[in-house]
Design a protein around this ligand. Sequence first.
Ligand SMILES: [Zn+2]
Length: 193
Amino acid sequence: MHKQRLGILIAASVGILISFLPSYSMDGENINAQTWLILVLFSIPLIISLIGKNGEPLSKRMFIVTIISGAVVILLGVFNIWYISSLNKMYKMTEREMQVFKNLDIPISNTEINIEFGLYFMILAAIALVIVSIKTKEKFIHNNNKPQELNLMSSKRCPYCAETINKDAKKCKFCGEFLDDDLRRDKEIYTLK
Ligand SMILES: [Zn+2]
């Protein structure tokens, strides 16, 4: 297995496991609202690492999809941290406000949402996924280069008209000249007659 595929496979697997860990908690209860989305975003690179030729690095398209998947997880994670902290700030009651509720005998719960380790680990796994994909990246092999190389190996240049012809050709298809010595001699004898 190519080291790029192996790295992506490990990072994506860790990400999938982490997506089952609690991301937030509220009133002592764990919440994991985005499991399915994170699961999908880590499953895409996991599948990509397993499809195609095992010994070769990812194609340009698959590489881009992997990087985007990782980047979306990072953005989602960072956004969630920002969103939760702004929610907490918004709902934070002052001592005086709390006292008003208590005086009115209205039960109030602590609405503060805590960010759990799962959310941080999720971001770290996504960062690892992106870094490992870039670090192990090789120059992309363009598919249209391969047939050209094959062409060069199986072709030659006609010594009479300089056109590219099949390596095994005995007669040039462009100028009609014989490339085989025996055939040339036969043709010369024939024309002399
Ligand atoms: Zn020729």
